[in-house]
Ligand binder design. Structure first.
Ligand SMILES: Cc1ncc(COP(=O)(O)O)c(C=O)c1O
Length: 451
């Protein structure tokens, strides 16, 4: 007779042999459709993936907006391997390891002035929760405990945890999950096809959308509002760019009313818009900033909140032996993630990647905007190495057309990302001009082929 554990194991093996794709419940995926025609990636290097059939695929989305230095970069691989052998884990509460401090210093060194405190998490979603809690606690510590309201923006994406979906503004991410956080409101989004379609770079019209915050201040009173969170460039909702002057205006209104401004830079961080952070590209300084993805080049899960010194210092006033901020994760500042993060920042620095999007953006913009006039295209948007291609939805079948383009391109060796009927491009920052052309020409062919 088998030992009980062994027979359970045997059963599990048999089950796996029967239908190897059954057990994995995939995130943000049409599971049944995927399992009928799986797209399995098995290898990655530089600008490319390879799938299970051995086909090479050009990565036009840096995995999922994270592999900014390209795939499997040797320095990062080696750092993770060495760290795993040297020390696998160190408890992060009341204890630490040197690389956590080193990575925090390195991130602070490339951050906007004054943003020199770094709190580590394991994902963008956790970074968002952390920033929201930090904002609430900050006001409480400084004696304004009535400031509990959190303001997001329509069409915002801030990850999938309850705080993030509450301040987020994407209906599909909210409607299934009950009441979410209380005391949340939203300013209106900035997407304005009627006035801004086919803008090259930041759109001209719409700075006044920031004034919607004044409406919420009038409605709720500033003394109840803790923070406003926005993505400087909204990615997951379909590449929505800030109109010229919009972020400046939001900053001014926040300042006027003592409201903290949080930039969710999970996708814009680490060189995507031409500077290390979008805050620098757009010249607007937030109070808190959430990061993830490019922090470790996607190699080991990690997120972070960057805080202005004044926010951090506000917490450092009670008894010295008391914990100042009751928050953290078992895997905060995980040694493997810290090693990967340091090696990632080394790679970015050595290859000038944090400013490379700025050097390539004109070429990228010209190539992208050559798609104007192709079938179904109703808008093209760009900043740094981010591109958005909005398609007219197929009658009665929203999101189908963009998905068909995605599949058509995938079959021809190009990986894109779609949200609704919007296609997003965010290639690794090591991309060459010829590869930009390849992306655009493959897309052009797909647009002409799909119905
Ligand atoms: C702006 C923004 N915030 C938060 C998140 C959530 O990050 P994660 O998926 O690592 O939890 C994302 C993910 O795409 C994002 O784009």
């Amino acid at each position: 007779m088998n030992h009980p554990d062994e027979s359970a194991l045997l059963q599990a093996r048999e089950a796996a042999a029967r239908s190897p794709l059954d057990a994995y419940w995939m995130p943000f995926t049409a599971n049944r459709q995927f399992k009928k025609a799986p797209r399995l990636l098995t290898k990655a290097s530089g600008m490319h993936y390879w799938d299970a059939s051995g086909r090479q695929i050009l990565d036009a989305v840096a995995g999922l907006w994270c592999v900014n230095a390209g795939h499997a970069r040797p320095r990062i691989v080696q750092a993770i391997q060495a760290q795993a052998a040297e020390m696998d884990f160190a408890p992060p509460f009341q204890m630490a390891h040197p690389k956590a401090f080193e990575l925090a210093e390195r991130v602070a060194a490339i951050a906007p002035p004054g943003m020199d405190k770094v709190f580590f998490t394991n994902s963008g979603s956790e970074a968002v929760e952390t920033a929201l809690k930090m904002a609430l606690a900050y006001h409480r510590v400084r004696g304004e405990a009535s400031r509990t309201r959190l303001i997001g923006r329509e069409r915002g994406y801030h990850g999938v945890n309850f705080g993030g979906i509450s301040v987020g503004g994407i209906a599909a991410n909210r409607k299934m999950f009950g009441n979410m956080l209380g005391g949340v409101d939203h300013i209106r989004h900035t997407h304005d096809l009627a006035r801004n379609a086919f803008s090259v770079g930041l759109p001209e019209h719409g700075a006044e959308a920031a004034d919607d915050l004044e409406r919420l201040v009038a409605l709720h009173d500033a003394s109840t509002i803790a923070a406003v969170i926005v993505e400087p460039v909204a990615g997951s909702t379909g590449v929505l760019l800030p109109p010229r002057g919009y972020l400046e205006r939001l900053r001014e209104i926040c300042d006027r009313h003592g409201i903290l401004l949080i930039f969710d830079e999970v996708i814009t961080g680490f060189g995507r818009t031409g500077q290390p952070f979008a805050a620098q590209t757009f010249g607007v300084l937030p109070d808190l900033m959430t990061l993830a993805k490019g922090l470790t080049n996607g190699s080991v899960p990690m997120g972070a909140v960057l805080a202005q010194g004044k926010v951090h210092d506000t917490f450092m006033t009670g008894p010295e032996k008391a914990i100042e901020f009751f928050h953290g994760y078992t895997y905060s500042a995980h040694p493997l993630a810290c090693a990967a993060g340091i090696a990632t920042l080394d790679t970015y620095a050595e290859e000038g990647l944090l400013t490379r999007a700025g050097e390539l953006q004109d070429y990228f913009a010209q190539a992208l905007h050559s798609l104007e006039g192709e079938p179904h295209v109703i808008d093209l948007r760009n900043v740094g190495l981010v591109g958005g291609i909005e398609l007219a939805p197929a009658p009665g079948a929203p999101a189908q057309r963009a998905f068909d383009v995605f599949i058509d391109c995938y079959e021809r060796g190009l990986l894109l990302r779609t949200t609704g009927d919007i296609i997003a491009l965010s290639p690794p920052l090591i991309i060459q001009r010829g590869q930009i052309d390849q992306i655009v020409e493959t897309l052009r062919g797909a647009l002409r082929r799909v119905a």
